[in-house]
Design a protein around this ligand. Structure first.
Ligand SMILES: NC(=O)c1ccc[n+]([C@@H]2O[C@H](COP(=O)([O-])OP(=O)(O)OC[C@H]3O[C@@H](n4cnc5c(N)ncnc54)[C@H](O)[C@@H]3O)[C@@H](O)[C@H]2O)c1
Ligand SMILES: [Zn+2]
Ligand SMILES: [Zn+2]
Length: 364
């Protein structure tokens, strides 16, 4: 089958034929239907988020079940599913305490399946799995435990986005912190994930919702997803401007959704006394962000991370699907471009160039 393989950091993905072994016990063989173009894969391509190489990337997916391994009863051939980018084992401390997004067994087996082995190879060469999803390929093997079955009326590209950016963004504002009605919110970085934080803040009935982005196009786009104000850091100091908009106080919640030390520091500095800065973006692995430790104490600020929107996919994805079906969450307008797997490098060049909205691979 065809897959896009990353052999070396900083090099284009190679779209080529690779072999996929059959599913083992507890695994599912799927045909990928749609795969979102998320910045997290770009971090891996650039070496900012190291993974074992070579690897097939892609972690935002919808798929159709082709066949199942031994003992699998949760899905059957023909089922349409979302394949979450954190599979939960259901047995570790994180899973058992309601933090399926932090599953210990999942993170302990990064780049491979739960048993530590891989199903992908090219001849003798072992190829690793991104997030146990590997959707930049025609087919994939995924763990059965995490599959979320889709209702018939949810289109596959929209479903794929629920696999990462929608759940991550909405959940940051509704689960990781529960934004209070009427409160003030800033979102730094309004790409695929950031606009979903805006939607999450709107769902929580936030008051002022301030979009912060260096790209004017992204700011215009943000207004359609709940932003009430916009700030462009290339034109004005974002911390000062956010304070002006909030009567000199700063916001109750600032979400960092780009991934850099500088924007994390800005998020921390633009929250008011007692406020919370939530970091969603993944900064390069070696970057440390500066935090004013006196403000942290004297102003009782909170600095919090948010991974996968704090989601328990089995519980939260069905409710996100319902909010999409009832028009409370807009995913249709988020999809601004569709690509063939063969054009994956172009899809990532567009992401880096700042083309607004989400790209989705829909032809394999
Ligand atoms: N926490 C999680 O579970 C999780 C999940 C998915 C993605 N992520 C991370 O979230 C981040 C965003 O991902 P995405 O797919 O939305 O990316 P994206 O490329 O679609 O969006 C990033 C946005 O940030 C803007 N930006 C760039 N520099 C900026 C700056 N200095 N100030 C303000 N805005 C700036 C860009 O113009 C763009 O609109 C990435 O770091 C990604 O790895 C985290
Ligand atoms: Zn993602
Ligand atoms: Zn677990």
């Amino acid at each position: 089958m065809k897959a896009a393989v990353l052999y070396e950091y900083g090099q284009p993905l190679v779209v080529e034929e690779v072999e996929l072994d059959p599913p083992k016990a507890g695994e599912v063989h799927v045909r990928v239907a749609a795969a979102g173009v998320c910045r997290s894969d770009l971090h891996v391509m650039k070496g900012e988020a190291p993974q074992p190489l070579p690897i097939v990337l892609g972690h935002e997916a919808s798929a159709v079940v082709l066949d199942v391994g031994e003992g699998v009863t949760s899905v059957k051939p023909g089922d349409r599913i979302i394949t979450p980018f954190v599979s939960s084992c259901g047995r570790c401390t994180s899973c058992l305490t309601g933090h399926a997004n932090l599953c210990d067994a999942h993170s302990a087996t990064a780049g491979a399946m739960f048993d530590g082995t891989t199903r992908l190879h090219k001849g003798e060469q072992r190829i690793h799995h991104m997030s146990k999803v590997t959707c930049f390929a025609q087919e994939a093997i995924v763990p059965d435990k995490s599959c979320v079955i889709l209702p018939d009326d949810v289109p596959m590209p929209q479903a794929a986005l629920i696999g990462c950016c929608v759940t991550t963004g909405v959940g940051a504002a509704t689960e990781s912190v529960q934004v209070r009605p009427g409160s003030t919110v800033a979102v730094i970085g309004c790409g695929g994930v950031g606009v979903n934080v805006l939607q999450g803040a709107r769902l929580q009935n936030a008051g002022k919702i301030i979009a912060v982005d260096i790209n004017e196009g992204a700011l215009e786009f943000a207004m359609r997803f709940g932003a009430t104000h916009t700030v462009n850091p290339t034109q004005q100091d974002p911390v000062q401007r956010v304070k002006e908009i909030t009567n000199g106080l700063g916001v109750d919640y600032a979400f960092e959704v780009f991934g850099s030390a500088e924007t994390v520091t800005n998020a921390f500095n633009m929250v008011r006394k007692g406020g919370t800065a939530v970091v969603v973006g993944l900064a390069p692995a070696d970057e440390l962000a500066g935090v004013d430790t006196v403000a942290l104490v004297r102003q009782e600020k909170t600095l919090k991370g948010s991974y996968y929107g704090g989601a328990r996919p089995a519980v939260d994805m069905p409710s996100i699907i319902e909010m999409y079906r009832s028009g409370k969450i807009n995913i249709d307008d988020l999809i601004t471009r569709q690509y063939k797997l063969d054009d994956i490098n172009e899809a990532y060049a567009d992401l880096e160039r700042g083309v607004v909205g989400r790209g989705v691979i829909t032809e394999f």
